[in-house]
Ligand binder design. Structure first.
Ligand code: HEC
Length: 199
């Protein structure tokens, strides 16, 4: 049995043996399987199309130098971002005409936001900002004015702009909370009146 196998192997080897000899080292002509060669040649063909499409056909003249290497992928990415932005809901909130929210859920949400967005730290505990629970107001008391103060802030006077930290709806809720519950309540009013009196 063993001899037979050896005989076969030798026969095969002698058929595959390539006709050269480097210091006694010989080589068999033993090609890789067809499927592997097919994949190998396919990648070469593919690379020709790839180089043509991404590096020759694609116009990258308007891309910054450091992004040129990514070619087509950059504009694909930008397109996806534009599509995603287009799908985002557009805020239809009109800041110039605001009705206060009077329902329980909105006012509770406003109260929660007043604490979680640290409003109470400046407008209460530390007295950095004016108290919001009397009838004296510096920047007006209409819903539009209060909304604007919170959204855009008064940076030069130390009032943060909350437009990146809160949605329009949240600012609307907190505005409603301030004007329906806090204003005029005089409850924990530790800081004296500031601004004009509004009843
Ligand atoms: C870093 C401290 C600080 C934080 C935090 C802060 N405020 Fe203020 N806020 C101020 C200061 C200071 C003023 C006074 C601005 C001025 O003098 O015009 C002010 C003014 C206001 C006014 C106008 C008051 C008036 O008399 O006209 C409102 C309304 C107000 N803040 C609401 C809020 C709300 C709501 C939050 C939380 C979402 C908040 N603030 C968070 C410091 C702060």
């Amino acid at each position: 049995m063993a001899t037979e196998e050896q005989y076969d192997k030798e026969t095969i080897d002698s058929k595959l043996m390539i006709d050269h000899d480097y210091d006694g080292i010989k080589e068999l002509d033993n090609p890789p399987p067809a499927w592997l060669m097919i994949i190998f040649y396919a990648t070469i063909v593919w690379s020709v199309f790839y180089v043509f499409y991404y590096h020759i056909y694609y116009d990258d003249s308007d891309l910054p130098d450091d992004l040129k290497i990514y070619g087509e992928q950059v504009s694909d990415y930008n397109e996806s971002v534009e599509e995603a932005i287009a799908k985002m809901p557009v805020s239809t909130f009109d800041e110039t005409s605001i009705e206060l929210l009077m329902d329980e859920a909105s006012l509770t949400e406003g109260l929660t936001l007043y604490a979680t967005k640290t409003c109470d730290v400046c407008h209460g505990a530390s007295n950095i900002g004016p108290n919001l629970n009397d009838n004296h107001w510096i920047n007006g008391i209409t819903p539009e004015e209060v909304f604007k103060t919170i959204k855009y802030g008064i940076p030069e006077k130390g009032m943060t702009a909350f437009k990146t930290q809160m949605t329009d709806l949240q600012i609307h809720q907190v505005t409603s909370h301030i004007l329906t519950t806090l204003k005029g309540a005089e409850s924990t009013n530790t800081k004296g009146p500031e601004g004009e009196k509004h009843e």
